[in-house]
Design a protein around this ligand. Structure first.
Ligand SMILES: Cc1cc2nc3c(=O)[nH]c(=O)nc-3n(C[C@H](O)[C@H](O)[C@H](O)COP(=O)(O)OP(=O)(O)OC[C@H]3O[C@@H](n4cnc5c(N)ncnc54)[C@H](O)[C@@H]3O)c2cc1C
Length: 331
């Protein structure tokens, strides 16, 4: 099929990963309303179940790729199984999420297909009939626009950037099965280990006070606790940088690979606002950001912004609060 748009589904434990619906939204934006151009591809186990789920939810034609070596995701196996099928389809775009799945597979697939590889696309716009993709650089401070120069484009969509496709856009919804003879693979995935359940307290709290690398030291978490104590149903969250530094456990991480939170109030302190972090607070009702860099990307998401050194601002805030209302324990 010429110029079709193929979405490669990400799935685990027999369910479609929600981020796949964001890839589908990206595909929908590119197809110009022509549903017949969209094909969804499911590889790995249990491909059939996931393919049926996706076909029913989207109405698109879904191809379940079966191969004995497929099982859990493995770049080598996926590449060998999907590469020849995709080459035969000559798609205009092959889209997958920019997750550890997508950024592992996409570049290798692009090489295999002789395609441009555009990663972490956050938006697409048409310019003179050509698609222009927007992606960020320099930790979110720059926005770049990329135009592919090849007929085939392998694209990864930045999680959180595209509103998931939540309507049945297709009118078909059939599943077809394709056997792929991938031959022997060079490595095998032996399984996935589920991290401890993240963010129970985060999910239940109406206020989340989150620390970023900008707090500077583990000791400054006391400042975050001071703010969290002002609210009865609050929890402390953080960016991945804070977890990576070992200042807080990964159960506190908010974002694409952490918890998704939807509190009434989210206070981002010393957090730059990387798209992976902001993906986790899309449904927060009100966002306040405290950051000493007026150009920090978090201010684009914030409803209220405080441009100040957090180590100066928070003690003054607490002191003022205590003067007016007494300490939180007395309140
Ligand atoms: C595949 C992938 C998945 C990821 N998943 C996540 C995720 O789920 N969650 C997540 O958070 N990140 C995630 N990341 C990492 C993300 O890209 C960023 O690196 C991370 O969010 C940055 O954390 P930060 O904002 O705390 O640190 P930085 O980007 O270093 O920002 C620190 C901020 O603090 C400010 N600051 C510094 N000093 C002060 C001060 N004294 N007072 C006030 N402000 C100050 C600075 O101006 C800056 O804006 C992921 C990355 C990848 C590639």
């Amino acid at each position: 099929m010429k110029d079709c748009i193929v979405v490669i589904a990400q799935h685990a434990h027999g369910r479609t990963d929600p981020v796949t619906y964001e890839s589908l939204a990206c595909a929908w934006a590119l197809c110009g309303g022509d549903e017949s151009r969209i094909r969804v591809m499911v590889a790995g186990d249990p491909g059939q179940a996931v393919a049926r789920e996706l076909a029913a939810a989207t109405g698109f034609t879904v191809t379940a790729v079966e191969n004995d070596g497929l099982g859990d995701y493995n770049a080598d196996a996926y590449l060998r199984a999907l590469g020849p099928i995709l080459a035969g389809m000559a798609p205009g775009y092959v889209i997958m999420p920019h997750t550890c799945f997508g950024y592992d597979l996409a570049p290798a697939l692009a090489v295999r297909l002789g395609a441009a590889c555009i990663t972490a696309a956050e938006a697409a716009r048409m310019n003179g009939g050509k698609a222009v993709f927007v992606r960020t650089a320099s930790g979110g401070k720059l926005s770049t626009e990329v135009v592919p120069e090849t007929d085939i484009v392998v694209l990864t969509n930045q999680p959180g950037a595209w509103k998931p496709l939540d309507n049945k856009m297709g009118t078909g919804g059939t599943v077809e099965t394709v056997r792929s003879d991938a031959g022997p693979v060079r490595s095998r995935t032996v399984g996935f280990k589920q991290p401890e359940y993240r963010g129970n307290a985060l999910a239940e709290s109406s206020v989340v006070v989150a620390a970023g690398r900008g707090i500077g030291t583990r000791e400054n978490l006391a400042l975050i606790d001071d703010i969290a104590r002002l609210f009865p149903r609050s929890a402390v969250g953080c960016s991945r940088a804070v977890c990576d530094a070992g200042w807080l456990g990964y159960a506190h991480q908010v974002g694409m690979t952490g918890a998704t939170v939807s509190p009434k109030l989210y206070i981002a302190i010393g957090i730059s606002g990387a798209v992976q972090h902001v993906a986790g607070i899309r449904d927060a009702q009100t966002v306040i950001a405290i950051n000493n860099d007026p150009a920090a990307r978090i201010f684009a998401r914030a409803d209220y912004g405080i441009v100040e050194d957090l180590t100066r601002f928070i003690p003054v805030l607490i002191e003022e609060y205590n003067k007016r209302y007494g300490t939180p324990q007395e309140a």
